[in-house]
Design a protein around this ligand. Structure first.
Ligand SMILES: Cc1cc2nc3c(=O)[nH]c(=O)nc-3n(C[C@H](O)[C@H](O)[C@H](O)COP(=O)(O)OP(=O)(O)OC[C@H]3O[C@@H](n4cnc5c(N)ncnc54)[C@H](O)[C@@H]3O)c2cc1C
Length: 401
């Protein structure tokens, strides 16, 4: 540990990325504290349903996975980061399993689905509560291993100090400074705040407000692709209680298709996210959409094509939510329209997850480059696990240097 600094690694944010970094830094021997805006449970990661990509199929490989990422990003992703993402995917999955994540299995292997933009079946799932299962296992591990927690600490400023960095937090007791030899920023994206500004719906948790990106920029960090925000092609559009809900992309992986007012399929339902979202918007603009009972634009997602067995294994939460709202997606199609979902860009990072600021690391949605300007589904949870683990280890090593 550096002289005069009481903490080796300070992690900001308790989503999958921050939790993975905190566990990994602790296991690398660092004295770690995990600070977060509200409770440790509050984050986008826990809301993730669909799944996490890793090339386990017999016809698949990390190289094919990387090709899919590069193509979906329209060659805007950083190939060096993509190589890390896809080549470490399998070991990240095994690491999560060791921590207690129980991925859904079938026929002696993982139950793999094909997600939008993918050329192979590659999406592992835990039913349709994958993010909940991953964050719970990481949180339980961090707590069991005695990691320090700083809930209700809202980061307001980051400044260099003699021993590393000083982070200023707003707390119920006023402003509190925490000094650490290295810092991992894992505070997620900004789509909740952005949707409020635009007067749109968002799938995001209210804590997804993006100020930590701004704080890092004020400290001198470089960013990329910050203007590239992603729409989830399938936001819930009706009933009103489902507006802004992200209908899992696995509905389409298990057979659901998009239809216009005439019942025609108007696009490849398993295309890349930006292409599917654009096709829905174009269909509505050409007058071939439908209107929800409260007058919102939409198209149909024909979920009646999903087999009851697939739905029961891989979509139980989605079914429960819709049936609770009075609609059975296996008996009738559901209204859908794109909804603001994900910040593709973010802080520039190296393969070790270090930002352009010495000793400041970033992982998860706050970081840019891994997805370029268009992320594939299932690669964000993977990014959190792969780069969270790397960031924690590298930050611990930096604290010792
Ligand atoms: C509904 C939904 C479904 C999704 N489904 C999938 C999926 O199936 N597969 C997939 O790969 N991805 C999915 N995603 C995307 C993915 O879940 C997220 O991009 C990813 O989990 C982000 O993780 P993170 O750790 O970077 O950030 P988050 O999980 O958003 O965590 C950020 C943390 O930082 C904290 N924080 C924010 N600001 C501050 C501050 N100023 N001070 C202190 N703490 C702060 C927050 O409270 C939170 O704890 C989905 C996202 C949503 C919203």
């Amino acid at each position: 540990m550096r002289e005069g600094v009481s903490l080796d690694v300070l992690v900001v944010g308790s989503g999958a990325a921050g939790l993975a970094a905190a566990v990994s830094a602790g296991r690398a021997g660092a004295r770690v504290a995990l600070a977060t805006k509200t409770t440790l449970q509050a984050c986008n990661s826990a809301k993730a349903q669909g799944g996490i990509q890793a090339a386990f199929g017999e016809d698949d490989s990390p190289e094919i996975h990387a090709e899919d990422v590069m193509r979906s990003s329209h060659d805007t992703a950083n190939p060096a980061l993509v190589e890390v993402l896809t080549s470490e995917a399998r070991s990240a999955i095994h690491w999560l399993e060791e921590l207690g994540v129980d991925f859904t299995r079938s026929n002696g292997g993982y139950r793999l689905a094909r997600c939008g933009g993918a050329t192979r079946q590659r999406l592992l799932q835990v039913g349709d509560r994958t993010g909940h299962a991953i964050t719970k296992a990481l949180r339980d591990t961090y707590e069991a291993e005695g990691g320090a927690e700083l809930p209700k600490h809202v980061l307001r400023e980051l400044a260099p100090s003699d021993g590393g960095w000083v982070a200023s937090f707003e707390t119920a007791a006023g402003l509190v400074d925490v000094e650490a030899a290295s810092v991992v920023l894992a505070a997620g994206g900004r789509c909740f705040a952005e949707a409020e500004t635009r007067g749109e719906l968002s799938t995001n948790h209210p804590n997804a407000t993006g100020e930590v990106t701004r704080i890092a920029m004020d400290a001198g960090a470089e960013t990329r692709d910050l203007d590239a925000l992603q729409y989830h092609p399938n936001g819930g559009a009706w009933p009103s209680t489902m507006q802004g809900y992200s209908i899992p992309e696995t509905t389409r992986a298990y057979g659901a298709v998009l239809r216009n007012v005439d019942g025609e399929e108007f696009t490849d339902s398993l295309g890349a996210r930006d292409a599917v979202s654009a096709a829905i918007v174009a269909e509505v603009e050409s007058g071939k959409g439908v209107l929800t009972p409260d007058g919102r634009p939409a198209v149909w997602l024909d979920t009646t094509r999903i087999s009851p067995e697939d739905a029961q294994i891989s979509l139980p939460y989605m079914l429960r939510r819709y049936r609770g709202a009075g609609i059975d997606p296996l008996a009738e199609p559901i209204y859908t329209y794109p909804v603001l979902h994900y910040q593709n860009g973010g802080l520039v990072i190296s393969k070790e997850s270090e930002t352009t600021l010495d000793g400041v690391f970033a992982c998860g949605e706050i970081a840019g480059g891994t997805h370029g300007r268009n992320r594939m589904m299932g690669n964000s949870l993977l990014e959190c696990a792969v780069f969270g683990r790397r960031a924690g280890k590298a930050a611990a090593e930096r604290a010792r240097a």
